[in-house]
Each structure stands twice: as structure tokens, then as C-alpha cells.
Design a protein around this ligand. Structure first.
Ligand SMILES: *Cc1c(COP(=O)(O)O)cnc(C)c1O
Length: 254
């Protein structure tokens, strides 16, 4: 019963329970909604390799990390490489230009969700182009939008999102821009109404579909975490990033 020593967290049950809640929230959408079935990204930051392997054993393939060094350690970990050969890593943290190569070299890197400037996009494009990796396809990226307008929050302003999106789409051939992402303000009180961050990101979604002539279902929307992924799905999310509800609370809020 080693597992019990890790704080009584049953990761497998956690994944399955979140997946059924995702299904239920999605089932509430109207039948003619074009929203694709949401993808669950299990956010494993600060949590040990054993927990990732546990989650993978119930077929959870997508994992999110927000620290470069931690992603490297886990991505290159021999147990993960051996037991989770088809793992798909999402980088969901703030990415500094000088750390790009470290992230891009991680085996099974699937997506960078946090591209928030032309400079970062250009650097990713050229670094990915130069990288020698087997079976390399254009790198999936999302444009991170600062929907809450809070100072110090990462992400491009909603009014600049279309410009950055079309820059990547038109000019950066090593990147495959797939959609948009927000973190948003913490602790929205749903008794006061829908989450303004979700509304703001869905406005950007709408603007992109109209101005760039993209089919709505071809544009991923990453929003929603442990406390509000069901509301996010109701609002239009196609990627939810859930950490503590699967792996247990983290020592600090990061
Ligand atoms: C930590 C984190 C999450 C998951 O948060 P929980 O509240 O633990 O579900 C999601 N997205 C990002 C960007 C994060 O840093």
C-alpha cells in the first residue's frame, strides 16, 4: 500500500471521475453546437512521476507542466519514457526565449499553450525548424490571451490576438497554430453570473472565425481548471487543464 503513503490520493479514480464530469458537462451542450468533445490535460506540476504513470495507466495521455526544468526532468525520465511511450506534453507556463530550446528538445512535446508575442512565436518557429527530432511535424501552439486585464498576467491583449494569430498562421511554417488559451482571474464567484474571462476568450474565438475565416470547430479553446472546468465547457472550452482535482492539492498555489 505504498500509494496510500502518498497522501491517500487515488490518481486513477481521480482521472476517471474528472473524465465523467467532462462528459456530463459536454452532454449538456445543444446538439447543433459545433464544439468538439473537450480534451482533458492532466496538470501534473509538482507531482511525482509515479502519479503520472498511474494516470497514464487509465489511458490519460495528455499532461501539462508549467516549469521548464520540471518538464525536462519528467519528459526525459526513464520510467516515463518506458511506461508512457505515447504521452503528450503540453507546456502551459510562461516561456522565456532563452529556455525555448530546453522545452523543444523534450521527447513527446505535443503543444505550447502559452505563445503571447510575435517575438516568442518567431523564436519558436526558427528553433523548431532547426531542431533535429525524429518524426517532426509543425509544432502545435496556442495563443495565450490575457482576458482578465490584470497587470503581470501573461498573455496578449484580446484586441491584439487576431494579429498575432494571423502572423503565426501566415508566416511561421514550422508552427501549427491551433487555437487560444487563457488562465484568467482566480476565484470567480459563479453566483454573480458567468465567468468574464470565458466570455472574453469566446469573443476572441468568434472574431478569429469571422476575420480569418476559420471553421469554429477547428479552433481550440483552452480554458477551465479544477474549480471551473464544467462552467468552461458550458462556455465553449475544448481543452480543460485540471491539476489538483486529480493529483491532490499542491503545497503552494502555483
Ligand atoms: C496549475 C495550472 C492549472 C491547474 O490548476 P488546478 O487548479 O490545480 O486544476 C491549469 N492551468 C495552468 C496554466 C496552471 O498553471
Amino acid at each position: 500500500m505504498l500509494r496510500k503513503a502518498m497522501g491517500d490520493i487515488d490518481v486513477k479514480a481521480g482521472v476517471l471521475s474528472i473524465l465523467s464530469r467532462v462528459e456530463a458537462a459536454y452532454a449538456k451542450k445543444s446538439e447543433n453546437s459545433q464544439q468538439p468533445k473537450p480534451l482533458l490535460v492532466a496538470v501534473s506540476k509538482t507531482k511525482p512521476v509515479e502519479m503520472i504513470i498511474d494516470a497514464y495507466s487509465v489511458n490519460q495521455k495528455h499532461f501539462g507542466e508549467n516549469y521548464v526544468q520540471e518538464l525536462e526532468e519528467k519528459g526525459f525520465n526513464e520510467h516515463i519514457l518506458q511506461k508512457c511511450p505515447d504521452i503528450k506534453w503540453h507546456f502551459i507556463g510562461h516561456l522565456q526565449t532563452n529556455k525555448i530550446n530546453k522545452v523543444l528538445k523534450v521527447p513527446n512535446l505535443y503543444m505550447i499553450e502559452t505563445v503571447d508575442s510575435e517575438k516568442l512565436a518567431n523564436s519558436l518557429d526558427s528553433a523548431w525548424g532547426k531542431l533535429n527530432k525524429p518524426d517532426k511535424e509543425p509544432l502545435r501552439v496556442l495563443v495565450q490571451v490575457n482576458t482578465s486585464g490584470e497587470e503581470g498576467k501573461n498573455g496578449i491583449q484580446p484586441s491584439d490576438a487576431v494579429k498575432l494569430y494571423s502572423h503565426i498562421k501566415d508566416n511561421l511554417k514550422n508552427l501549427n497554430v491551433n487555437g487560444i488559451m487563457t488562465i484568467g482571474a482566480f476565484g470567480h464567484d459563479y453566483s454573480t453570473g458567468p465567468n468574464p474571462d470565458f466570455i472574453s476568450l469566446m469573443k476572441v474565438h468568434k472574431e478569429l472565425t469571422v476575420k480569418l475565416n476559420i471553421e469554429p470547430h477547428q479552433l481550440q479553446v483552452s480554458m477551465g481548471m479544477s474549480d471551473d472546468f464544467e462552467q468552461a465547457i458550458e462556455a465553449g472550452s475544448t481543452i480543460v487543464r485540471v491539476g489538483s482535482s486529480i493529483f491532490g492539492h499542491r503545497a503552494k498555489k502555483i
